[in-house]
Design a protein around this ligand. Structure first.
Ligand code: PMP
Length: 450
């Protein structure tokens, strides 16, 4: 048995079966530089998913490495809410300023799940209510509260929720009652639905609406720009808070706005973030109106967030994003790739949809015969891209969406290379689908969410 095969055997023996690994022959990454990684067998890949969106700048970035090494050299490697930590204050100042939220304050966590727990706690406490609004097909994490507001049951274990949750439409526009509507009509219908839910199911005493501006795990589903502005007008009438989960959409990735919610012209009461900020180091958090943050009469949700090494990495990463205007790069490279995919899509009957904003884009696969969502085709596309040297991710209610969020440092050449591989992979998969009649859907049931 090869060392690689032996590692896989050991993984299966001691790690939970629901930690489903990508690919029939899972990859062990042993080296990484720039926007490329190398596996244990010496294969190189262009990385369009970086773990699960964890590396905004790609790998082995000199500024991030230097900042981390400087912090390590001080010997101060602990995590504390009891002492002043300069890196926390500096990063909080930057994020508060960038948030656009008046008098904003920041609390750091280690993950997006904890960030959302914190935001829900703030809202429930401020409003003295355990009622929350969330979106169908959303993903916010797998703790009890975060799973409770996750409207994509295919990706969660529990239906139990400590909060009383009401789910809204928004991104699931393909329902028959919305057929043929313009964006304006659709937004209007959603706003009316929100008003109706509040009036009929809650009595108005709702803590917050939590939503992703673009649904990540949901398969990069996007409500039309302006939907959340319409929602916000209704929420404001009732004093209901709005939490934007920017774990995937933040830091300029969507190109048009620094936060995904900027695409809707809305300033939320709280923003949650995680993933890419530490460029691989664990850091998450919530930035919220100061009165909400200070209103919590207890220490934060954990004593363990914001360790100095993660703060050093995150400060260096955020500075790099801003200094190099990576938001503009995300807009430019994203337009090339999305435009290229959209132009090619007509040639492939397996492609149901190409969508995205900036460096967040997806290909939805459907059985060419029945039009049904096709998880096997998505899996085949992932394998075909891997064979050609490109790593991508998957998502969607049925696991039938191949989604990508390359590092925001993506170059012109890398964008062209990735696009070329995707088109070649679609050709290969389409040929097999036509020859072998591949397809068929059942709701997604593996655990590799992200
Ligand atoms: N919110 C969103 C939008 C996410 O995509 C994720 C992770 N996929 C989470 C929250 C949970 O973050 P974490 O896995 O870091 O706990």
């Amino acid at each position: 048995m090869s060392e690689h095969a032996n590692l896989l055997r050991r993984h299966r023996a001691v790690m939970p079966s629901w930690m489903a690994l990508n690919y029939t022959d899972p990859i062990e990454i042993v080296g990484a530089k720039g926007n490329r990684v190398t596996d244990a067998e010496g294969n190189g890949y262009l990385d369009f998913f970086t773990g699960i969106l964890t590396n905004m700048l790609g790998y082995d970035v000199p500024e991030v490495r230097d900042a981390v090494e400087r912090q390590l050299a001080t010997g101060v490697v602990h995590t504390s809410t009891a002492y002043l930590l300069r890196g926390q204050v500096e990063l909080a100042e930057k994020i508060a300023r960038l948030s656009g939220i008046p008098d904003a304050k920041v609390f750091f966590t280690n993950s997006g799940t904890e960030a959302n727990e914190t935001a829900l706690l703030l809202a429930a406490y401020a409003r003295r209510s355990g009622q929350v609004l969330a979106m169908r097909q959303s993903y916010h994490g797998r703790s009890f509260a975060a799973a409770g507001v996750t409207g994509n049951r295919a990706w969660t274990n529990v239906s139990f929720s400590p909060l009383d949750v009401h789910f809204l439409h928004g991104a699931d526009r393909h329902l028959p009652q919305f057929a043929g509507m313009t964006d304006e009509q659709y937004i209007d219908a959603c706003a009316q639905d929100l008003r109706h839910v509040i009036a009929t199911a809650t009595g108005g005493d709702v803590a917050a609406l939590i939503a992703e501006p673009i649904q990540g795990v949901g398969g990069f589903t996007m409500p039309p720009d302006g939907l959340f502005a319409a929602y916000k007008r209704v929420l404001d009438e009732f004093g209901i808070l709005f939490v934007s989960d920017e774990v995937q959409t933040g830091w300029g990735r969507t190109g048009q706005g620094f936060w995904g919610i900027d695409n809707h012209g809305v300033t939320p009461d709280a923003i949650t973030f995680a993933k890419g900020l530490g460029n691989g180091f664990a850091v998450g958090g919530v930035v919220a109106r100061g009165d909400l943050m200070d209103g919590l009469h207890a220490v934060g949700i954990s004593t363990f967030g914001g360790n100095p090494v993660s703060m050093a990495a995150a400060n260096a990463t955020l500075d790099h994003v801003l200094d190099h205007d990576l938001q503009a790069n995300a807009a430019r490279q994203g337009a090339t790739i999305i435009g290229g995919l959209a132009a090619a899509a007509g040639r492939f009957p397996v492609v149901k949809d190409v969508r995205g904003k900036g460096l967040m884009f997806a290909i939805e696969l459907a059985d060419p015969g029945t039009g049904e969502p096709s998880p096997p085709l998505a899996a085949a596309l992932m394998e075909a891209a891997r064979e050609r040297g490109l790593l991508v991710g998957k998502g969607g209610l049925y696991g039938n969406v191949v989604r990508m969020a390359p590092p925001m440092t993506l170059t012109d050449d890398e964008a062209a290379e990735g696009l070329g591989i995707l088109i070649a992979s679609l050709e290969a998969v389409s040929d097999t689908a036509v020859a072998g009649g591949r397809g068929g859907s059942s709701p997604h049931k593996d655990g590799a969410a992200g």
